[in-house]
Write a protein that binds this ligand. Structure first.
Ligand code: IMP
Length: 203
């Protein structure tokens, strides 16, 4: 789309970027990455704060490189009710830096089993923080409710998708097609909220 405007995305996560590109298609915005983007050390308090930190860090790195374009920070995670909302903002590092995603998903189910709670309720949360080329900001946060599955099911998506059971589809996110996940996910709900924000539309 030659006449689309650029948004640089503050992420190194290929799965997220792939989904965001699909969710922004047709919006008039083209999502770009910046090779020099170095992830910021995230705080542990809120998704919104982490998304804002990532966006601000990328903006600073772009300005230093002489690029004055809009930026988008995304912070997301999975929260398990019986675990008091863990792993939450620490989802990407749950189980330690060296753990595989299969190990992290198994650990989540093991922790839930050890809690002895019959409640398998969970939610995915996504916060987006947009900074326009003139420096004005828009922040949104959305979620999608589901359950921790009894085992990994499906291989689609990324990270926790195979263990996130989505009752309306009677499948895990790992069993949904890309289009099916993008119709209901926390990230798609956050992108829709962002695209609908009056302040964002004026940029
Ligand atoms: P961060 O936002 O880069 O800190 O990482 C968010 C982490 O949350 C990801 O690495 C995943 O572990 C998890 N997560 C967020 N969104 C999704 C999703 O759509 N599917 C599966 N896992 C997700």
């Amino acid at each position: 789309m030659p006449d689309s405007k650029a948004i640089f995305v503050a992420t190194k996560n290929a799965g997220k970027l792939h989904e965001l590109r699909a969710l922004f298609s047709g919006s008039g915005w083209r999502l770009e990455t910046f090779g020099g983007y170095a992830d910021v050390a995230e705080g542990t308090t809120s998704y919104a704060e982490n998304a804002a930190l990532k966006a601000a860090a990328l903006r600073e790195q772009l300005v230093a490189a002489g690029i004055a374009e809009a930026v988008l920070g995304d912070d997301s995670g999975i929260e398990v009710r019986a675990l008091g909302g863990r792993p939450g903002v620490r989802s990407a590092r749950y189980g330690g830096d060296g753990a595989t995603w299969a190990e992290r998903r198994a650990l989540l189910r093991a922790e839930l089993a050890a809690s002895d709670s019959p409640d398998r309720g969970a939610r995915f949360v996504c916060a987006l923080h947009f900074i326009s080329s003139d420096g004005s900001t828009v922040g949104v946060e959305r979620d999608v409710a589901g359950l921790v599955a009894d085992k990994d099911r499906g291989t689609a998506g990324f990270s926790y998708d195979p263990t996130f059971w989505y009752p309306p589809a009677a499948k895990t996110f790992g069993e949904l097609s890309e289009e099916e996940k993008n119709a209901v996910s926390h990230r798609s709900r956050a992108v829709a909220a962002l695209l609908g924000a009056a302040h964002f539309r004026r940029d």
